[in-house]
Design a protein around this ligand. Structure first.
Ligand code: NAG
Ligand code: NAG
Ligand code: NAG
Ligand code: NAG
Ligand code: NAG
Length: 328
């Protein structure tokens, strides 16, 4: 059995228990990451004009391979990297397998794994349980909204609640798809070719701006205020996430579980979402697609709940990791 297939077998074990970590890490070679997890990062006390780098993160301890160190010609951001196509992806895999030195996670700040994508597209009402909690019928045709790329903040960044603009922030943990290449008019059966990988998103929403009576019923401000899209911690390449329709999404607020569901609850699956969108809009490398949130959001709780400054929102997806954002 090759070490790659061995690693694949071990992955679920590693995710299911921290205790297995010490035992199974012996199975990995010192420098080979078990999965390709892309991060953008900068040194904690960095200075200089553009300290942001692209790296590959080790699953077992979070340490990072600085791709620029191994090859100074590597791009410093994921969008440019993906624009380089399969050639650059294969090169990154080679560099990683040769790399001997890592940076400790404690020495860097993790940035959002994608910055300045061309667009963020989001599907509404895509989980059965989320439709059920608001007595909505399951949409036969998917419907979409968007968030501006400027909403993106890091996996551990603060989310701003501008008190004089909104009084009603809500949480929505979502599986985010990262597009790998220029894509137009793909059929569902070929749509997965367009997908590079997955990350975790928080679709922070200002519910008071989502009402039909506010802003003419447009969701613009509800979804696109500054800091409304925490992303991260890494983009896991698609071949290292066994089944995106069988991961558990969890959202905790101040340690209390609010959302906890399987992505098997998705109504429109990823190939159909990508295919549908690609008929409308050309998808570009680095584009982010939020695939919907499960039940448990604040607005449909009894009594209604919302986020207040000081609250800590933790969003987790099995096989990807965890992000944590404080409301300020
Ligand atoms: C900033 O960079 C300069 C030169 O590279 C270095 O001498 C200095 O110590 C750095 N400052 C910090 C706070 O890291
Ligand atoms: C990453 O590597 C580049 C090129 O060697 C270097 O300039 C940069 O400081 C490194 N970043 C960190 C955080 O080590
Ligand atoms: C959905 O229907 C149930 C049962 O009729 C009701 O208790 C609940 O308030 C409704 N929820 C919404 C969001 O309308
Ligand atoms: C909202 O509050 C911020 C900070 O307190 C202030 O800078 C801004 O001008 C205010 N905006 C409006 C529309 O009142
Ligand atoms: C969340 O869901 C998982 C899988 O369905 C289950 O094992 C776990 O107990 C749930 N956790 C909570 C806090 O409800």
């Amino acid at each position: 059995m090759s070490s790659t297939s061995l690693n694949k077998l071990l992955l679920p074990l590693i995710f299911s228990s921290r205790l297995t970590l010490t035992i199974s890490s012996r199975q990995f070679s010192k420098s080979l990451p078990s999965t390709m997890r892309f991060v953008q990062f900068k040194p904690l006390n960095g200075n200089g004009s553009n300290p942001q780098r692209l790296g590959v993160q080790l699953e077992r301890n979070g340490d990072i391979i600085n791709l620029s160190t191994v090859d100074p010609s590597m791009p410093n951001n994921l969008v440019q990297f993906l624009e380089g196509g399969t050639e650059l992806i294969e090169k990154a895999k080679r560099l990683v397998s040769q790399c001997k030195s890592m940076i400790k996670l404690s020495e860097v700040e993790l940035l959002p794994p994608v910055t300045r994508p061309d667009k963020i597209l989001c599907i509404a009402l895509n989980y059965k349980d989320h439709c059920d909690e608001q007595n909505k019928t399951y949409p036969e045709t998917p419907f979409f909204f968007n968030k501006f790329p400027s909403t993106i903040v890091g996996p551990f960044s603060e989310v701003t609640c501008p008190a004089n603009v909104t009084r009603y922030l809500d949480w929505e943990v979502e599986l985010a798809v990262i597009i790998g290449k220029r894509t137009k008019n793909v059929k569902p059966h070929e749509a997965m070719d367009a997908v590079f990988g997955y990350t975790i998103a928080q679709d922070i929403s200002a519910r008071d701006w989502q009402k039909p009576t506010r802003n003419g019923g447009q969701w613009l401000f509800a979804k696109s205020l500054d800091t409304f899209c925490p992303l991260g911690p890494s983009v896991v390449m698609k071949e290292y996430l066994q089944d995106p329709h069988d991961v558990t999404l969890t959202c905790r607020v101040n340690g209390q579980t609010k959302q906890n569901a399987s992505s098997s609850n998705m109504l429109h699956k990823i190939p159909n979402i990508v295919s549908y969108l690609s008929e409308m809009i050309t998808l570009l490398p680095g584009d982010v697609i939020l695939t919907g949130t499960p039940a448990g959001v604040g607005v449909f709780r009894k009594p209604i709940e919302s986020l207040k400054p000081g609250d800590v929102v933790e969003s987790e997806i099995s096989g990807i990791g965890k992000i944590q954002n404080k409301i300020v």
